[in-house]
Design a protein around this ligand. Structure first.
Ligand code: B12
Ligand code: SF4
Length: 311
């Protein structure tokens, strides 16, 4: 008979997850690295990253009796390239919000796995968990110099979700691989946000376009603002240049496209329109979209900046 683990993985694939793996619930090895990142101020104004340290150290606080973690990855690369004049919105945010999409599907996996025994808890950026570490341990990918989790066969265009479980499941091996001598992302990052500190590569969020256009609250200092290029929401540069994301006709395994229709890009108006959205148009356009996180004023401000720099 097929093992519980293989049935679980088949179920996850049936639900549209391109990647799935299992690890144990042992405390994260990178906890100290995370604490240091916060101590160095790399989190900027993301106060939620500096809170709840103890929760990040022990999954038992989130789910008492937790034994296993099922990590899933959902691809979001679009099947067709977007036109060159499309507003620069990070690919993960072109369709429906991954928090909602992954949560909905993980709920089905949770019900299936715990129908007869055990309990589960879903984490999709919704609880203070070092998601990349658990996904790494479950075999989904290894840490790139851009800090993205990269899968040797499928690149990094995927978002991560976790299902914690009180059931004991056989773990997979952690992902093996690395960037080697490649430093394409470091050279291409428009702001120099990828830094080598304390013996490892990390992103100083204060310099990262993704942070500055999505998470940062308050004014952006003019020197930093001048480096934001044309990005209206998020940034994909360090992934666009990554060789593991390059679509190579002779290696069709690389950079798969979305497997969930929810991630298909909605129709985004041109930057001129984004800069002058009415509150009603904003509401309709961003319903169920990650772009909502930038706020009505934030999105318009970034769109206006892009227009200013085009002149
Ligand atoms: C805060 C945050 C951000 C911040 C900071 C990013 C950062 N690199 O830390 C900002 C706003 C800048 C950001 C940007 C983006 N983010 Co973000 N973000 C998060 C969040 C909420 C926490 C990440 C975190 O803990 N950072 C703190 C640092 C210290 O952690 P870390 O970079 O993951 O570093 C760990 C590893 O590098 C590890 N490590 C490194 N080397 C080694 C070596 C060994 C041996 C070991 C054991 C560990 C280890 O140790 C660190 C601590 O755990 C996670 C979701 C979550 N809850 O985990 C999503 C998440 C990381 N983001 C994600 C995405 C998609 C993005 C963007 C691509 C979005 C975009 N296009 O604009 C960019 C990418 C920028 C980049 N190069 O990282 C995905 C990444 C998916 C993937 N394949 O890796 C996540 C996992 C969300 C999700 N659920 O899918 N993000
Ligand atoms: S998301 Fe953009 S700004 Fe941030 S580290 Fe990557 S290339 Fe640099």
């Amino acid at each position: 008979m097929e093992s519980l683990e293989s049935q679980l993985k088949a179920k996850a694939r049936e639900l549209g997850f391109g990647l799935v793996g299992i690890t144990d619930a042992a405390p994260p090895l990178s906890y100290e690295a995370y604490r240091q990142w916060v101590a160095d101020g790399h989190h900027g104004t993301m106060s939620y990253m500096a809170r709840s340290h103890e929760l990040r150290a022990d999954l038992n606080i989130l789910l008492p009796g937790v034994q296993s973690v099922v990590a899933v990855g959902a691809f979001y690369r679009q099947p067709e390239e977007l036109p060159a004049d499309h507003p620069k919105i990070a690919r993960y945010a072109l369709g429906r919000d991954y928090h909602k999409v992954l949560r909905g599907r993980l709920r089905m996996l949770d019900r299936w796995l715990h129908a007869e025994e055990g309990q589960g808890r879903i984490c999709v950026d919704s609880a203070p968990v070092l998601e990349r570490e658990y996904a790494h341990r479950a075999g989904l990918g290894w840490y790139g110099k851009n800090t993205m989790l990269i899968n040797t066969h499928a690149g990094s265009w995927f978002v991560i979700g976790l299902l914690l479980s009180t059931r004991k499941l056989a773990p997979d091996a952690p992902a093996q691989g690395g960037c080697g001598t490649c430093h394409a992302c470091i050279d291409a990052c428009p702001t120099g946000a990828i830094v080598h500190q304390n013996g490892r590569w990390q992103v100083d969020a204060r310099e990262c376009i993704s942070y500055l256009t999505i998470e940062h609250r308050g004014e952006i200092d003019p020197d930093r603002e001048a480096k934001l290029d044309d990005w209206v929401f998020g940034c994909d540069v360090c992934q666009e240049v990554c060789p593991f994301n390059t679509v190579r006709p002779h290696q069709p395994g690389r950079a798969p496209v979305l497997t969930m229709e929810d991630f298909r890009a909605r129709t985004w108006p041109p930057v001129e329109e984004l800069a002058n959205l009415s509150p009603e148009a904003w509401d309709t356009l961003t319903a169920g979209s990650p772009v909502r996180r930038a706020g009505y004023d934030g999105l318009r401000r970034h769109a206006r900046r892009v227009l200013r720099t085009r002149i």
